[in-house]
Ligand binder design. Structure first.
Ligand code: ZN
Length: 261
């Protein structure tokens, strides 16, 4: 059985959140191949500390942070593509150009599983939504060409119960709850629509947190969270099964490759 995974995301650090724990799980399996593509280098993002980067250098700095995050995790991608489209403007790139760029990588690789964003982009970020839409089109074109691979398409997602948990923590810290109508705030999907949910132990979760810390320019919520919450928030990877069609009540997959043998 081959375990070929392709992950297509918009920005450096999206990948770590999306699949780092799964990559640890399969790291030493000789049949595991991990292909990663970034649509942008994240050069429009946050600069948490001006000694780390300037607006001009941020893209290159974030690519390096991303590479280091996989080294720290202990399993680097077998292939890593940077498309270097403009961060924040992916939706302005001619859609067909983006699809073809993604198709080029996926056609070489014929992965068993493709992981990307769904319609909500998790945070509503237009780059996420565009990246997921283009990857979905590329996936179906190649799947229909019938030359193998493309058994499963997963859209990374956060169940509503998790957003509720995060909001409870935020309330304890005196912070405002996430508002799913606002950009960059997480959108929960109905719990019963989660078709993939993998759980990991504390050892794996700690490796993921260490990997996330390499994204030094992106001092996100993770840094302000108590350690216990930080670990808890990376202990699960979840998604919606975009292909094949999955319905609430069908068995929930506990691994990206679950049932593909
Ligand atoms: Zn992102």
């Amino acid at each position: 059985m081959s375990k070929r995974l392709a992950v297509v995301v918009a920005h450096p650090d999206d990948d770590t959140y999306a699949c780092a724990a799964t990559v640890v799980r399969h790291a030493d399996d000789p049949s595991f191949r991990f292909v990663l593509a970034h649509a942008t280098s994240g050069e429009a993002g946050e600069i948490s500390d001006p000694t780390l980067a300037t607006r001009e250098t941020l893209g290159a700095v974030r690519e390096e942070e991303d590479r280091r995050s996989w080294v720290t995790l202990g399993r680097e991608p077998d292939r890593h593509e940077w498309f270097r489209y403009p961060d924040g403007s992916l939706s302005h790139v001619p859609f067909e150009d983006l699809v073809r760029r993604i198709e080029g990588v996926l056609a070489d690789e014929r992965p068993d599983v493709v992981l990307t964003f769904g319609l909500d982009g998790i945070t509503g970020h237009p780059d996420h939504i565009t990246c997921g839409a283009a990857t979905t089109v590329a996936f179906h074109r190649l799947r229909q060409s019938g030359a193998g691979g493309f058994s499963r398409l997963i859209w990374g997602a956060v169940p509503q119960r998790t957003v509720d948990q995060w909001n409870a923590w935020r309330e304890e810290m005196g912070e405002e709850a996430f508002d799913p109508t606002r950009m960059y705030h997480p959108r929960g999907v109905p719990d019963e629509t989660i078709g993939f949910e993998a759980e990991f132990d504390l050892v794996v979760a700690r490796r993921v947190v260490a990997s996330l810390r390499e994204h030094l320019t992106q001092a996100g919520d993770l840094d302000t969270m108590p350690e216990e919450q930080r670990i808890e928030s990376v202990r699960r990877e979840r998604g919606v099964l975009a292909w094949p069609v999955w319905r609430p009540g069908d068995r929930v997959l506990t691994d990206l490759f679950d049932g593909l043998d």
